[in-house]
Design a protein around this ligand. Structure first.
Ligand SMILES: [Zn+2]
Length: 412
């Protein structure tokens, strides 16, 4: 196992640095004793981490007098320069550029989310499904240059890039692990490859996890400690928040709810018809029942032409019964898979993001009903199901937040 895995000494150090930094961001200018109280870390550990973060320029620590006692007060130094987020989908790429200092603060008072980090430039382009890593990175690099030019930012001012991928990213190796889910990227150390191509430090994470980070910082997850963020797009994934923190699991790939089998060859929602083979190699995964591809694939034969999700939603709102039916069934399949997850994790809130979230109640109400139907009654009781607040930009904003963390020197 690589030394940087989540359970390794390096992973633990990284997690503790993150906890200290989060505590400082939340409190503004806490004392070292206050940080120890907020994080539960030993005062000596806090003192060590603060010294390291002061050495790399992420924090300042000054001796001051509070309540008649001399204390060490700690502040975050807003990072200089600009950061970029790159959100790769199966068929698109989105680039956002922001001032690094604007990615702070991550936590707002009383859980009321502040406005999201303002992007000084934004670009979006289509990619062919199954694109290779070099093609994807070339496209993103051109868009990043365009964004820098549009904002009048010199390339030398770019201090970090966060990249979101619609696939499980193994934090032990930095590689896209699962064959088939994003075939052009499998086995590639995406952070290293992207860093070489873009010429700046790069951090990579799963896109649903990045949507979770963005909704925690500026959206619908700001005031809950146990929650699930769902990304319903061409791919289906989830980000888990457990006890206030994003949960990545042993390998960093936790949350792949799209590959939970909701119906196998023996039957299920089709009533015995053989289930579709998923890109992961299983049959009957949630993603084969509830992705944007499935939704348009069910309706296109009826209408005789290619459709977008926006058109499907507009038709459904106008009363088109087949469109309403497909969106409701999609919500039902997702709710069924989520029911099991709710029984296990008992989240307080489920936040629905990704392209299908634009269906609103047409999808969310049947999703909620199915969740209640399939979860343990006590676990489903009181679970809120709400749309994501940041919409289609959640993932690129999360990538910007990740780049902001990189700029703060917490991941080096
Ligand atoms: Zn699958």
């Amino acid at each position: 196992m690589n030394a940087a895995g989540p359970g390794s000494p390096a992973g633990l150090r990284e997690a503790n640095r993150r906890r200290v930094l989060d505590a400082v961001l939340a409190a503004g200018e806490p004392t070292q004793a206050g940080i120890a109280a907020a994080t539960g870390l030993a005062p000596a550990t806090v003192s060590n981490i603060v010294r390291q973060l002061v050495d790399v320029g992420s924090l300042t620590a000054t001796t001051t007098v509070r309540g008649g006692r001399r204390v060490r007060a700690v502040r975050v130094v807003p990072p200089a320069g600009h950061v970029a987020g790159i959100d790769f989908g199966h068929r698109h790429v989105r680039v956002g550029l922001a001032r690094a200092a604007d990615t702070l603060p991550r936590t707002t008072a009383e859980g009321v989310p502040g406005p999201p980090v303002p992007l000084v430039a934004e670009r979006e382009a289509d990619l062919p499904d199954g694109h290779g890593v070099d093609d994807g990175l070339d496209t993103a690099a051109v868009m990043l240059d365009q964004a820098l030019a549009a904002a009048g930012v010199d390339r030398a001012e770019l201090v970090g890039v966060g990249v979101g991928l619609p696939a499980p990213v193994d934090v032990r190796t930095g590689a896209v692990g699962e064959p088939g889910i994003l075939p052009g990227w499998v086995g590639v150390d995406a952070a290293h490859r992207a860093g070489r191509r873009l010429g700046v430090p790069v951090a990579v994470d799963n896109d649903a996890l990045l949507g979770t980070l963005a909704e925690q910082a500026w959206g619908a997850l700001a005031d809950v400690r146990d929650a699930v963020y769902l990304k319903l797009s061409d791919g289906v994934g989830a980000g888990l928040v457990l006890d206030g923190r994003p949960y990545r699991g042993r390998t960093g790939t936790a949350g792949e709810i799209g590959h939970v089998v909701v119906a196998d060859d023996a039957g299920g929602p089709t009533g015995g018809v053989g289930s579709t083979v998923c890109r992961c190699g299983n049959r009957g995964c949630l993603e084969t029942w509830a992705s944007t591809t499935t939704v348009v694939g069910l309706l296109e034969p009826l209408l005789g032409r290619p459709l977008t999700i926006a058109e499907v939603v507009a038709r459904a709102r106008a009363g088109h019964a087949p469109s309403r039916r497909v969106l409701a069934d999609t919500g039902g399949h997702v709710g069924r898979a989520l029911g099991g997850l709710c029984s296990v994790l008992t989240p307080a809130r489920v936040v629905v993001g990704g392209e299908l979230a634009q269906a609103g109640d047409l999808l969310i109400e049947p999703l909620h009903a199915a969740l209640v139907r399939w979860a343990l009654p006590g676990a489903a009781e009181g679970v809120e199901v709400v749309p994501a607040r940041l919409g289609a930009r959640a993932h690129v904003l999360g990538a910007v937040a990740l780049a902001g963390e990189l700029a703060l020197g917490t991941r080096g």
